[in-house]
Ligand binder design. Structure first.
Ligand SMILES: Cc1ncc(COP(=O)(O)O)c(C=O)c1O
Length: 453
């Protein structure tokens, strides 16, 4: 297998991206005109020409999220091994829906999911787990599993059979996929109660207790609390142990959304910040956010395998027969039916570097976050968020945040975004989840920002 040829191509492409622009700004009509003029699809075109045109479009007209100066939204630079793995997956195109169709692929996924579960402090043996397209699918799965587990009539009779309206609790800084999940599940948007946060963006346990008590008094059925381990905006980690104790006492399903910061729980140095993560009933953790693999590679872990069987269990005459003892068919345990071999890119990344190598990458990006905080403070910026994770929200008196963001993009200095925490003032936000980012990149960006304000 000439994987070295693929390696050369992928590494060449990475160097090419690193040397090019990071930001883009283009009206849709320019791309549409270009497509209309370049491809009529009426006659064949040589593949060389097709790919030359396509790569030129991808070079010019997208934010380059693998670029060392992309400080954006948890879209990491990716390992060469993971890109080769995704190419193999596309070429072999295994169908993982039924175990017996893809035994090797299904067992590789099981192997890697168990290894991760064990390192998160869950029991890999008894914890049900599967790959998802991403965090939003995993979060929806959590809600469905909580409904199936809590209300025995739900599977057959649906929401109309429930004795009271189920409620979901999420902090103000929690991910908005839960609002979608509430609508998709049929509960409706008003099922989600948003709980206030403290100055650090962390859910207030007292406010959570008040909200649950008020819902009980109103005759509702509190169902699930979502604790976020690493909020999207500012990297806040909700008080997981306090929330877990409350959920245990109140018999509520605890879902921990660790979509991006779950990676920190793999590190012996950072793990204590996520203490309590192992007390979740269900957990979301995306490999495509901070484990250096391409999208989409979400992971869903759940203590209650029976809830997944209840929610998703299905047999049909046309699917292949079950794979035999100690195997499960993923289509009958999860939302997806046909399934891509999502886990290979994570498996090869872990196999190549080992957990120590992967952890070193995570810790080194956490150190870069600290370094960025230090560099900014030294230049008179104020860091506005408090987190051990590499996401830095900052400002300086008199700075026009939107204008500065535009200038950074326009001059190809870096890609960052504006953010508001808890409805406060507009801040700059920089997040480091790319392993090609160096201290020199941070120094250059901080110096360039100084020249702009
Ligand atoms: C905390 C959190 N949860 C869920 C998601 C959704 O994940 P995905 O985009 O993979 O669906 C995100 C995305 O950034 C996130 O930050």
């Amino acid at each position: 297998m000439p994987y070295r040829d693929l390696q050369r191509i992928v590494e060449g492409l990475s160097r090419h991206i690193d040397a090019g622009p990071v930001a883009t700004r283009v009206p849709a009509r320019e791309i549409r005109r270009h497509l209309g003029q370049s491809f009529d699809l009426a006659s064949p075109m040589a593949l060389d020409e097709v790919f030359a045109k396509v790569t030129r479009m991808l070079d010019r007209w997208q934010v380059q999220v693998t670029h060392p100066r992309y400080f954006g939204l948890f879209n990491p630079s990716v390992t060469t091994a993971s890109v080769i793995a995704d190419t193999l997956v596309a070429a072999y195109n295994p169908q993982l829906a039924a175990w017996s169709h893809a035994p090797a692929a299904n067992e590789i996924e099981r192997f890697v999911l168990r290894a991760i579960a064990d390192r998160l402090g869950l029991d890999g043996e008894s914890t049900a787990s599967h790959f998802t397209s991403g965090g939003a699918e995993a979060n929806l799965t959590a809600l469905i599993a909580a409904l199936a587990h809590t209300f025995p009539s739900w599977r057959q009779e649906g929401l109309r059979s429930l004795p009271a309206a189920p409620c979901i609790y999420l902090s103000q800084e929690g991910h908005h996929s839960f609002h979608k999940a509430a609508r998709v599940s049929g509960l409706g948007g008003s099922a989600v109660a948003t709980i206030p946060v403290d100055d650090g963006g962390r859910m207030s346990p007292a406010a959570l207790a008040d909200a649950v008590a008020a819902d009980r008094r109103a005759g509702h059925a509190p169902l699930m609390v979502v604790a976020t381990a690493g909020t999207t905006g500012c990297g806040a980690i909700d008080p997981l142990n306090d929330i877990a104790a409350f959920c245990h006492h109140q018999k509520l399903w605890l879902h921990i959304d660790a979509a991006w910061a779950g990676a920190a729980a793999l590190s012996p140095r950072l793990r204590h910040h996520l203490a309590g993560i192992d007390r979740a009933d269900s957990l979301t953790f995306d490999a495509h956010k901070w484990l250096a693999v391409p999208m989409g590679a979400g992971m869903f872990f759940c203590r209650h395998s029976e809830a997944l069987r209840t929610a998703f269990g299905q047999r049909t005459p046309y699917m292949p027969a079950p794979g035999g003892a100690h195997t499960e068919d993923p289509y009958s345990r999860s939302l997806q039916w046909s399934r891509r071999f999502i886990g290979l890119k994570l498996f090869v990344t872990l196999a190549e570097a080992g957990f120590p190598g992967v952890i070193e990458r995570i810790e080194s990006q956490a150190r870069l976050g600290d370094e960025l905080r230090r560099l900014l403070t030294a230049k008179g910026w104020q860091v506005a968020n408090e987190t051990p994770l590499p996401v830095v929200c900052f400002t300086r008196r008199g700075v026009d945040v939107r204008k500065l963001v535009r200038q950074l993009h326009h001059r190809q200095i870096a890609w960052m975004s504006p953010i508001r925490i808890g409805g406060g003032e507009l801040l700059m936000r920089a997040c480091i989840t790319g392993h090609r980012t160096t201290v020199q990149d941070l120094e250059a960006v901080v110096a360039a920002m100084d020249g702009l304000v």
